[in-house]
Design a protein around this ligand. Sequence first.
Ligand SMILES: Cc1cc2nc3c(=O)[nH]c(=O)nc-3n(C[C@H](O)[C@H](O)[C@H](O)COP(=O)(O)OP(=O)(O)OC[C@H]3O[C@@H](n4cnc5c(N)ncnc54)[C@H](O)[C@@H]3O)c2cc1C
Length: 152
Amino acid sequence: MRKPLPPFSDHQFQAGENARLKDAFEQWLQDNSAWFWPKGATYLYPQGLNFQLLADPNNSADGYDRFLSQFFRANVRPTDHYTLSVPNSALYRLKADASGFANLFLCGDWIDFGGNVGYIDGTIQSGQQAAQALRTKMNLGGHKEIWSALKA
Ligand SMILES: Cc1cc2nc3c(=O)[nH]c(=O)nc-3n(C[C@H](O)[C@H](O)[C@H](O)COP(=O)(O)OP(=O)(O)OC[C@H]3O[C@@H](n4cnc5c(N)ncnc54)[C@H](O)[C@@H]3O)c2cc1C
């Protein structure tokens, strides 16, 4: 991605980065695809991919049109970015009940939920902790046994 990010008034930035992504992806496919799918290569691109094999809602006859029908989106917005788990970064994560606002609880794989790795289980744990923080705030007591009905 191009850095530094342009101001929000640059409404062409997303489209420009999408186009750059498309071009880079095309090059990457033609340089590397045969390593993954050796039977998908072509005579012209022995390391690449036969675009005729790509799914296309319009079922275009032309292979490049099939490539163009793929979904390309560059994650350029700051909120699209991944929160990494690099050493000594955990202290910058906030707990579910530590937003600093009385009526705002945090959840997501980016908070301090304990494991502090960006994965689905962490997302779920963070959601449970946010729910618990909300219950505590509302004097609703401890965790509700969400699986009890299934165990009975
Ligand atoms: C390429 C990739 C592969 C992955 N593979 C795995 C895997 O194999 N196993 C695994 O466990 N995890 C995997 N993960 C991680 C997993 O996807 C995330 O941990 C999980 O999706 C995080 O969930 P979340 O709800 O915290 O955030 P998100 O899923 O990112 O949801 C946040 C949502 O908030 C929206 N949003 C942002 N800003 C605003 C705003 N201002 N207003 C309204 N909405 C907003 C976003 O559009 C988004 O929909 C992978 C992640 C990536 C990127």
